[in-house]
Design a protein around this ligand. Structure first.
Ligand code: HEC
Ligand code: HEC
Ligand code: HEC
Ligand code: HEC
Ligand code: HEC
Ligand code: HEC
Ligand code: HEC
Length: 395
């Protein structure tokens, strides 16, 4: 039941091989306590997690080391005020807190021979499905995705996890088949599909904070959404040190601002998938669905070269602020750092020529938005390039 297939964590043979190659190539330099060493090229996330004290999706930290974002907000008000409003912070919620379900408290849909009714009231979201003869009802426990395009629901049955057959889509303003799901053959599969224990653990690992701690998956304790500590790691040591002495600048928490460009893109790639994850999992040959894997696409751009700090993910998207949508001009200054204006001559590191065609709205032509089948949305191709209409999708 994989929507995109995170690289299987069982692929240890390849991973160990890659680790040995990297080690032999001296990819990792000496390491500081919190700041991981710089790598020359993208590294699979499993290896990052194994080889660094903290990396997003790490599951070995002790739950007691997590303090919660409200504590971070006491001293970092500005970052918190905007971060709490991002889609990432709402990557998971309890269904009763889902703004989509609040504004659609009774969703009624017919799909083939199945009738669906998703009722949200009194702090509960109940999904009933009927085939005309029989009827079944599940208590939805989590809503995944902020529905900037979609939202999928998770429920349990006899201790096993299931992903709802239907998801809410923003464009449709109602339910439709979850991306990657097949047509159901029985009433039970019409409600949802079984998710393996490994699959659900990864799913929570990217959409929640502290869902796996002490190497144990504990969905009940998980903090919904990508909160401060999902990226920076558990904060108890940092909070203690800074409370005792605000000037104490021992490295007590990971500051990704200090990462080299390749590492910083891999950092976001812990959840958005690193280029190495994409190649190892075969998604590099999966066609247009890999347009969702921004780190992989971005690093294919000529602009990226071997890595450039002006083109990392945070260079265009401050992770503490909601992404700028439908305002292409806001991205122009990013491009013009390297692509000189018409008439000027390129100089300095990694400088490049101006466009012969236009002077603004660069991303509208060079980062096209592509429709991905069965997602009811478009994704932005992060492979910055001259894209000619009618030419096939480049892999
Ligand atoms: C008691 C106050 C306090 C609390 C609580 C606190 N911080 Fe900080 N933090 C500071 C101070 C002071 C600095 C140094 C100045 C700055 O960068 O703002 C700092 C620096 C940082 C840095 C940069 C570290 C570096 O070595 O460059 C990060 C990242 C950070 N904090 C994240 C967090 C997160 C995440 C939380 C919650 C888990 C948190 N902080 C809670 C006071 C605090
Ligand atoms: C712990 C996992 C995780 C990490 C690490 C992570 N992301 Fe995300 N990101 C997500 C998830 C999950 C979503 C989907 C959020 C939703 O439900 O809409 C997302 C969505 C986004 C979006 C789209 C927001 C929208 O409105 O659709 C942007 C932009 C983004 N992330 C940027 C970044 C950047 C930049 C970094 C690195 C600094 C990063 N992410 C690291 C999990 C993560
Ligand atoms: C490896 C990390 C990862 C795993 C595993 C993962 N997701 Fe996501 N998910 C993301 C990221 C990153 C996004 C942001 C959108 C994008 O770029 O595709 C996202 C987007 C979504 C969205 C759409 C969000 C929106 O704003 O519209 C839904 C729904 C979703 N995921 C549900 C799930 C479910 C359910 C599972 C597990 C069964 C799962 N995801 C597993 C990282 C992950
Ligand atoms: C999606 C991942 C992500 C989340 C969630 C996140 N951060 Fe960050 N944070 C980063 C990255 C990447 C950087 C370095 C790049 C930058 O400055 O934007 C950073 C930098 C920082 C810094 C140091 C800034 C500096 O100037 O050196 C502080 C302090 C900080 N974050 C606090 C927080 C707090 C507090 C929260 C929660 C409210 C939070 N972060 C949530 C990824 C994240
Ligand atoms: C870090 C510097 C840098 C940034 C930032 C940057 N580029 Fe580039 N770009 C380059 C370099 C260097 C080349 C390659 C020049 C060459 O080899 O001919 C290039 C090549 C290109 C090409 C030609 C690609 C091809 O396949 O021939 C396009 C189009 C382009 N960039 C557009 C953009 C746009 C649009 C942005 C902003 C979204 C951007 N670039 C941001 C440095 C950059
Ligand atoms: C040169 C600037 C630039 C860089 C670098 C960049 N992005 Fe984007 N990103 C954009 C633009 C432009 C959009 C589309 C905004 C809109 O919807 O109008 C976008 C959209 C997104 C979205 C929303 C989904 C979509 O496809 O539209 C996500 C998620 C995202 N970026 C993640 C990332 C990640 C992760 C990285 C690092 C690998 C990254 N971005 C690097 C410019 C950039
Ligand atoms: C209306 C669509 C459009 C917009 C907007 C646009 N470009 Fe272009 N760009 C093109 C096309 C088409 C080409 C290919 C021209 C050719 O091959 O003669 C091109 C070529 C380029 C090249 C390759 C130039 C060369 O001589 O190799 C670069 C670099 C580039 N654009 C950067 C940018 C930047 C930076 C911006 C924003 C300031 C931008 N473009 C805005 C359509 C556009």
């Amino acid at each position: 039941m994989t929507r995109l297939g995170h690289p299987a964590r069982t692929n240890y043979v390849i991973l160990i091989f890659v680790a040995l190659v990297l080690a032999a190539g001296g990819a990792f330099a000496g390491s500081a306590p919190k700041q991981p060493a710089a790598a020359r090229a993208s590294v699979p996330t499993d290896i990052r997690v194994e080889s660094t004290p903290w990396w997003p999706t790490t599951g070995s930290s002790d739950f007691k080391q997590y303090v919660g974002s409200a504590t971070c907000a006491r001293c970092h008000q500005e970052k918190a005020a905007t971060q709490f409003a991002t889609s990432m912070a709402h990557a998971a919620v309890r269904p009763a807190d889902s703004s989509q379900l609040k504004s659609h408290p009774d969703l009624v849909v017919q799909k083939g021979r199945y009738a669906y009714d998703l009722m949200t009231k009194d702090g509960k979201a109940l999904l009933s499905v009927s085939d005309g003869k029989e009827n079944t009802t599940k208590n939805l426990e989590w809503a995944l995705g902020d529905a900037s395009f979609g939202q999928t629901y998770i429920y349990r049955d006899a201790g096993k996890f299931y992903e709802s057959q239907l998801s809410f889509y923003r464009r449709l303003q109602t339910l439709d088949t979850t991306t990657g799901h097949m047509e159901p053959k029985t009433l039970e599969t019409a409600v949802g599909g079984f998710v393996s224990p490994g699959g659900i653990q990864q799913c929570f690992g990217c959409h929640f904070t502290a869902s796996t701690t002490g190497n144990r998956f504990a969905p009940e304790q998980a903090i919904p959404g990508v909160t401060c500590e999902a990226c920076h790691g558990p904060g108890a040591e940092h909070v203690l040190a800074r409370t005792l002495d605000p000037q104490d600048n021992k490295e007590t928490i990971l500051n990704p601002a200090k990462l080299a460009p390749v590492d910083l893109v891999d950092f976001c790639g812990a959840c958005h998938r690193t280029p190495a994850d994409v190649v190892l999992s075969g998604l590099s040959r999966a066609g247009i669905i890999n347009v969702r894997l921004q780190p992989y696409r971005l690093e294919k751009s000529k602009c990226w070269g071997k890595g450039d700090a002006r083109l990392t993910c945070p260079a265009c998207h401050d992770p503490h602020v909601q992404i700028v949508r439908d305002d292409p001009q806001s991205y122009d200054p990013k491009c013009l750092q390297c692509h000189v204006r018409k008439g000027a001559r390129p100089s300095g590191a990694h400088r490049a020529v101006a466009c012969k065609v236009a002077t603004k709205d660069c991303v509208t032509c060079h980062m096209p938005k592509l429709e991905v089948p069965s997602t009811h949305t478009t994704f932005t191709d992060h492979w910055i390039r001259i894209s000619q209409a009618g030419t096939p999708y480049p892999e």
